[in-house]
Design a protein around this ligand. Structure first.
Ligand code: SAH
Length: 401
């Protein structure tokens, strides 16, 4: 009998013992240096993975250019990729239905952590924002399946693709611009923990907002008080939450466009904020903290949420020095009993090194720190235990005396 059209013969890839061990330990990546044979394997294809002796290890998506040559999608054979994608998407949505609270903005699909490596989908109220990060996820058939399943289940007003040209270049994919995939709506408002935000799908950074901090905003607001300073405030995520509980809030960022949106977000929440006004300062945070610390400014709450300082392992030392400088200055500015909310979104700075940096900052500043909460990313950005790269955000809330 001829094979059915749904079960084409997959290309085979053999991996080294080190690559095989990595997969057996629960990771889903194999680096190019651990590929033994990948002859005539088309970029972005679905491949059958085997160890050196030919023993099957599962099914993976192949990239011909990334250092991460394969990303496992199943421990079993995959006769029908579209069916697998549909069920994975349904699984990701069902997971969010259980764990997401108090918002209409959250990550619907988080790549490896949802067993859909190379695909990110964020929901902002009635708009979905997609990011495609690998050759395999860029294939037309995959795109069609993803769009149709998301439409069927979530029925958004529109879907937008956010393109990072650098990613496409690394994956040797043809250039593409960010834009609508479906529908016409490109802007909306969304709500997190009762705070409202503007969303413009084709502006801003990342996919528009930092959804991974959503639960940390609510946590910070539980302890924040008095005069608050939100450093690296972007569009006001922390500042707007703090404004509901603090006497005075100032947000600092070096990006004027981000601060303009922050101010519009404040206006959107005016009813809840009453007479309270949030001050926005456009400045380099390092310079501003240095000046403020030198001129004896004092705060009751300081939030530090800088961009990722360590983009690779090589940057680790410099990154830790950057975090230390910021934290040291913030600690010096906090009144006794003050609250420090300090974050790092660098995967390469793990929780242990972040806490060590904080402890050394506290010693240098001669302050005592009591850890109130040591937190990570919001639950809609799940951490897959055997894939450490899925855990990247640290958010420490501490009482300073
Ligand atoms: N706390 C924000 C996210 C911060 S993202 C939120 O929850 O939404 C990091 C921000 O740091 C960006 O808005 C970027 O413009 C800003 N930034 C980067 N370098 C800076 C610097 N040297 N000084 C001040 N802001 C900076």
């Amino acid at each position: 009998m001829p094979p059915s059209p749904k079960t084409p013969e997959l290309s085979k890839i053999k991996v080294s013992p080190r690559g095989a061990n990595r997969l057996k330990s629960g990771h889903v990546w194999v680096y190019r240096s651990d590929i033994l044979s990948a002859d005539n394997v088309a970029p972005g294809s679905v491949v059958a993975v085997a160890d050196q002796r030919g023993k099957p290890l599962g099914t993976a998506l192949y990239s011909s250019s990334s250092q991460i040559a394969i990303r496992l999608i199943s421990h079993d054979p995959v006769p029908d990729l579209s069916a697998l994608l549909r069920s994975r998407i349904a699984g990701a949505i069902a997971y969010r239905e259980k764990i997401v609270r108090d918002t209409d903005a959250y990550r619907v699909i988080f790549s490896e952590a949802d067993f859909l490596p190379g695909l990110i989908v964020d929901r902002y109220n009635d708009i979905l924002s997609l990011q495609i990060l690998t050759q395999a996820m860029d294939a037309n058939l995959v795109r069609e399946t993803v769009i149709s399943q998301l439409t069927q289940q979530l029925n958004p007003a529109s879907m937008i693709e956010r393109v990072d040209p650098r990613v496409r270049e690394l994956e040797t994919l043809p250039a593409r611009t960010s834009g609508l995939l479906d529908g016409e709506k490109t802007a909306t408002t969304f709500t997190m923990n009762g705070v409202q935000f503007h969303y413009d799908a084709l502006e801003g950074q990342k996919t528009g907002a930092f959804l991974d901090q959503r639960e940390n905003y609510a946590a910070a607001a539980q302890y924040a008080k008095g005069d608050a300073l939100d450093v690296f405030c972007y569009q006001g995520g922390f500042a707007l939450h703090l404004a509901r509980v603090c006497d005075q809030v100032t947000g600092v960022d070096s990006s004027r466009p981000a601060l303009e949106v922050a101010d519009q977000n404040a206006a959107l929440n005016q009813a809840a904020l009453g007479q309270k006004e949030i001050g926005w300062i456009e400045a380099n945070a390092f310079d501003l903290l240095k000046d403020y610390a030198a001129s004896n400014r004092r705060y009751d709450t300081v939030v530090l949420d800088p961009p990722a300082f360590a983009k690779s392992k090589r940057d680790l030392d410099a990154a830790l020095r950057g975090y230390k400088e910021l934290n040291l200055r913030a600690l010096k500015m906090l009144r006794p009993g003050g609250i420090l909310v300090t974050c790092s979104c660098s995967y390469h700075v793990n929780q242990a090194s972040f806490l060590e940096m904080l402890s050394s900052s506290a010693l240098d500043a001669r302050r005592n720190l009591r850890l109130i909460e040591v937190r990570g990313q919001s639950k809609d950005h799940p951490v897959l235990l055997n894939v450490p790269e899925t855990a990247y955000l640290k958010c420490v809330i501490a009482s300073v005396s």
